[in-house]
Design a protein around this ligand. Structure first.
Ligand SMILES: Cc1cc2nc3c(=O)[nH]c(=O)nc-3n(C[C@H](O)[C@H](O)[C@H](O)COP(=O)(O)OP(=O)(O)OC[C@H]3O[C@@H](n4cnc5c(N)ncnc54)[C@H](O)[C@@H]3O)c2cc1C
Length: 376
């Protein structure tokens, strides 16, 4: 069973890469430990924010703008809802560096943003309460990506383009053998390929250890929750997505979409976990709910009671930047890992870049900020 390319981990990044490779006519196999989309990794919970004026730094902007083009293309290829353009309101205390980065990104790349005083923001959205010492910036072209729909859409398109997808079959061994790579799964199947992609999310450290490579990647437990709301204040036609940071605490959230309630999560903090072990459920760790309640009481006091919460995993690197590269000792193995809780919005462009890495050695997008060599 020899393939041009095998993708180990068909989640957010892997499923996109599989589609772009299959679309080039390459014989492609995607393997996953579960049946994607699923709730065991980092892509569940329905929604992810996509922002273009990037608080994490302007170096991300060309990458996310390419991702936007590909999300728009994906919308034309599937009937599923992909990108919900609700706009995002970013708010911080005055003079916060995160807001400076957003403004800098917007100027450098000519992105539409509206700077709003607390009074203007409070007037525009009945559901928000900003205090005088704050500043805010609304990006009308940004919004929400529907994660499960997207993974399903890439799955269907990859199959249509000739790829094979096998779920519930964990890869347990990866052996570079001369110019090919041999893969063994938990079911005892073996496959070979000219080149492979490792896109296993929270399991990246484990799989890299099998290749005798140590990467500083840490899977952490994250939580998010849905709250009851008055739809006429907080639904997606009346309320935007949002981010808040004060340099110490960072929160993000979504309007009520399809009457699901307002969804909110805290971006910083999180305990290291073993991705194979059951995670402590939402509410069982001190602070899970209290943190969110306090934030909502302060800035969105019209939000109602908690409906329910869930857990998920981030895969952190020390600098919170991604790793997208070929392995230095194995140039026919690419890795996409360490998305540090802000990777989904890039998944389409990461998939394309991985395809380019394998087929041309050098993608059109500058991947130097994401080089593995910064850690080796
Ligand atoms: C609560 C939460 C909120 C987030 N919010 C945002 C946001 O608003 N905006 C944003 O851009 N990003 C956000 N992110 C981050 C984003 O979701 C992740 O960066 C992204 O999903 C990571 O994709 P991935 O492909 O690395 O991992 P996954 O999508 O988890 O894919 C990894 C896949 O590898 C498979 N796998 C693992 N081991 C093996 C093996 N040995 N063999 C075969 N398969 C294997 C897994 O089953 C899984 O399907 C958020 C993440 C979380 C958890």
């Amino acid at each position: 069973m020899h393939y041009d390319h095998i993708i180990v981990g068909a989640g957010s990044m892997g499923m996109a890469a599989g589609y772009y490779l299959a679309r080039e006519g390459k014989k492609t196999l995607l393997l996953d430990a579960f049946q994607p989309p699923h709730d065991k990794g980092s892509h569940h919970g329905d929604t992810r924010l996509i922002r273009f004026a990037y608080g994490e730094g302007a170096r991300y902007v060309p990458f996310v703008l390419r991702a936007k083009e590909l999300w728009e293309e994906l919308e034309t290829l599937t009937d599923k809802k992909v990108f919900h353009r609700v706009g995002i309101l970013n708010f911080t205390p005055k003079d916060d560096p995160y807001m400076d980065n957003i403004i800098q990104s917007s100027k450098q790349y000519n992105l539409p943003v509206e700077l709003l005083t607390p009074k203007e923001a409070n007037k525009r959205w009945k559901g928000i309460h900003l205090t005088k010492d704050m500043t805010s910036c609304f990006e009308p072209t940004s919004g929400v990506l529907m994660t499960q729909n997207i993974i399903e859409a890439y799955y269907e398109l990859a199959m249509k383009a000739g790829a094979e997808v096998i779920g519930n079959n964990r890869v347990v061994k990866i052996e570079p053998v001369k110019h090919i790579v041999k893969i063994t799964t938990e079911n005892g199947d073996t496959f070979t390929a000219d080149s492979i992609i490792l896109s296993v999310g929270a399991w990246s450290k484990q799989i890299m250890n099998d290749l005798q490579a140590d990467l500083p990647i840490t899977p952490i437990r994250k939580t998010f929750a849905w709250y009851e709301v008055v739809e006429s204040i907080y639904d997606d036609s009346n309320f935007p997505g949002f981010t808040y940071t004060d340099g110490e605490k960072t929160y993000y959230g979504f309007p009520s979409i399809d009457r699901a309630g307002l969804k909110i999560g805290r971006h910083d903090l999180g305990d290291e976990v073993n991705p194979d072990e059951e995670k402590a459920p939402f509410g069982s760790v001190e602070g899970d709910q209290e943190d969110l309640d306090l934030f909502l009481k302060t800035f969105m006091p019209k939000v109602g009671k908690l409906k329910y919460g869930k857990t998920c995993m981030y895969t952190m690197t020390p600098d919170k930047d991604f790793i997208i590269d070929l392995l230095p000792n194995h140039p026919n193995i690419a890795i996409a890992a360490g998305f540090s809780g802000h990777g989904f919005k890039f998944a389409s462009a990461v998939g394309e870049a991985l395809k380019d890495l394998l087929l041309m050695g050098k993608p059109k997008i500058d991947l130097s900020p994401f080089s593995i060599k910064r850690f080796t």
